[in-house]
Design a protein around this ligand. Structure first.
Ligand code: GLY
Length: 572
């Protein structure tokens, strides 16, 4: 199975050519050199933007550890990568320190206290289209600033204000737009204009072009206040007042009390075993860790017990497992502070084996025939991930988001940053799909102060007490399957990390009953065979953007930045 999987892929010469092209240092006309693959003997930073990567490396060079670098990168991304980098959003950070202790920081947004189950339904009980996606009502209480503060308080080595200084400078002096950034801002221009009352730095009279300078003066001042006064400035001070004023202006429901009450939480990381290694990932309120471990446990059952055959059969098997895991996600996963997530059962080997019954290796099980498992007694893709390893071996895997591109599109007047539209990650009506097509039920229903279910899957794989792989991805519902695929490709099929990151990706999430594959990246014969087995195959835009680090037995470190974006790797 392993050999044929690799062989099939190797024949996709076009992909190799594309990938070779991506390894070049800079693309003509782009304002910054972008390094897709970096090698080092000790430390590495891989992020969605070359300037953020550079800042992470600078912090390491100044004696900061991986958490210092992560905090600086998070604030830098809020400036250089406004489509997903943020202070108005949230995320998850997984840390493995030099003693091997792991911790998981949940800085996910929360529903405002005035939110309620049917917030996005009209008087007839129908979903009001777009209400949970765009504008002031779609905003959850942001968690990113408190998250960075708590990470720094526990692990930081360098002073807080030094970590924000590079972001302040970039916001005030301006950054040059890459071609992808210019195109993305132009694509959202009308919505951003409609949602915001006054002028915002993200739109100008004429469309953006590659190399144009984006200056964010108000954001620079906001970041300076946070640098000077810490997290309280954002949740209790001038920034909080500006944020609430913006919410009220646009008919939102965020209050000063919501901000004052926000706390990021340290949670127990989820740890499982796969292929003889330890896989550490994020617990609820992300579904990522549970789903990833379910997938890996199920996969191992097949790899040990069966010869699953060719590449097509591998994709088929992955798809069948994904259907079942996403059905469980929809029913059982939600914020553990509000619902009992039956984690032990979901990760129980016998439960997982039972879930595999009915899988056939020659034909699909339609999603309509699959329900969540029976547990007695008893829910844009524009996110961004960065991976950091410092010279002492501390590993940080962080996924952070505004939810969709530029979140709610609301820019806080006077403070200069985008607010998330994370409320759409709740199940706004039982069984009605959200933006990502994910459905959910009571476990992920809106409740005041509750965290919406996420798919973010920051993950660290440990082999013989040493980090082996630091990985994660944006992509909404597709995050879990992207991380799953990278783990299979590297750990099981033995691919070099950069090649694994460049490979075409597949995704199935139970509902809709569709196997998504990246446009034009998979050989027509493979698609034909999958269709013949009964899969409804749909080609779509890129799936995931993986920024990952691989550490060899001999300690050499490879950073792999996804060729699908401006992502950049740099060693130290
Ligand atoms: N907003 C995407 C996620 O959290 O899964």
């Amino acid at each position: 199975m392993i050999k044929s999987f690799i062989l099939k892929y190797i024949t996709l010469i076009i992909i190799i050519f594309l990938w070779q092209g991506c390894r070049q240092q800079a693309t003509v006309g782009e304002p910054y050199a972008i390094q897709k693959v970096a090698r080092s003997s000790q430390a590495m930073v891989v992020t969605a933007h070359p300037l953020a990567t550079e800042i992470g490396v600078e912090i390491l060079e100044r004696g900061g550890n991986a958490v210092d670098a992560a905090v600086a990168v998070q604030f830098a991304l809020a400036v250089v990568y406004p489509i997903a980098g943020n202070i108005g959003g949230g995320g998850f950070m997984l840390i493995r320190d030099t003693s091997g202790e792991t911790s998981a920081l949940d800085f996910r947004e929360k529903a405002p206290m005035a939110a309620y189950r049917d917030l996005y339904l009209d008087s007839m009980g129908q979903v009001v289209e777009g209400m949970s996606i765009t504008g002031h009502l779609s905003v959850g209480v942001p968690g990113a600033v408190d998250g960075m503060w708590k990470a720094h308080q526990r692990y930081g080595r360098l002073p807080w204000n030094e970590l924000l200084a590079p972001a302040v400078a970039l916001a005030s002096e301006g950054i040059l737009l890459t071609s992808q950034e210019a195109a993305e801002l132009n694509a959202e221009r009308e919505v951003i204009r409609t949602v915001n009352a006054g002028p915002v730095p993200f739109i100008q009279d004429i469309p953006w072009r590659t190399g144009d300078r984006l200056v964010q003066t108000e954001l620079g001042a906001t970041l300076q206040r946070i640098a000077d006064a810490g997290r309280d400035e954002f949740y209790l001070g001038e920034t909080a007042r500006l944020l609430v004023r913006e919410s009220e202006r646009g008919g939102g429901i965020l209050t000063m009390d919501d901000l004052a009450a926000y706390e990021a939480h340290w949670r127990e990381p989820l740890i499982g075993r796969f292929h003889g290694m330890e896989v550490i990932s994020m617990p609820p309120p992300s579904s990522g860790g549970v789903a990833l471990l379910q997938l890996l446990k199920a996969t191992e059952h097949y790899l040990i017990d069966r010869d699953a055959g060719t590449c097509v059969q591998t994709v088929h098997l992955m798809t069948e497992l994904e259907r079942r895991v996403y059905a469980d996600r929809a029913k059982y996963l939600g914020d553990p502070d509000f619902v009992d997530v039956p984690m032990q059962i979901l990760l129980d080997s016998q439960y997982i084996i039972d879930r595999l019954r009915g899988i056939r290796l020659d034909t699909v099980t339609p999603s309509s025939e699959i329900q969540a498992g029976l547990i007695p007694g008893y829910e844009s893709d524009q996110t961004t991930h960065f991976s950091i390893l410092d010279a002492d071996g501390m590993a940080v895997s962080t996924t952070t988001t505004l939810n969709l591109a530029y979140g709610s599109k609301v820019v806080v007047e006077g403070a200069g940053f985008f607010l998330n539209n994370e409320m759409d990650d709740f199940s706004i009506k039982p069984g009605v799909p959200n933006y990502f097509g994910l459905i959910g039920y009571a476990a992920n229903a809106i409740e005041p102060g509750k965290r919406m279910l996420s798919s973010m899957t920051p993950t660290i794989v440990v082999d013989h007490e040493k980090p082996r792989l630091i990985v994660g991805s944006p992509g909404g519902s597709k995050i879990i399957t992207t991380v799953y695929q990278i783990i299979l490709q590297t750990l099981v099929f033995g691919q070099d990390l950069p090649d694994a990151v460049a490979m075409p990706r597949y995704h199935h999430q139970w509902r809709p009953d569709t196997l998504f594959v990246e446009n034009g990246r998979v050989h027509p014969d493979t698609l034909e065979q999958l269709r013949h087995m009964g899969h409804r195959v749909v080609e779509r835009t890129p799936i995931g953007r993986v920024d990952a680090i691989w550490i060899d037995d001999n300690g050499s470190v490879t950073g792999a930045a996804d060729p699908r974006g401006d992502d950049s790797a740099k060693g130290h």
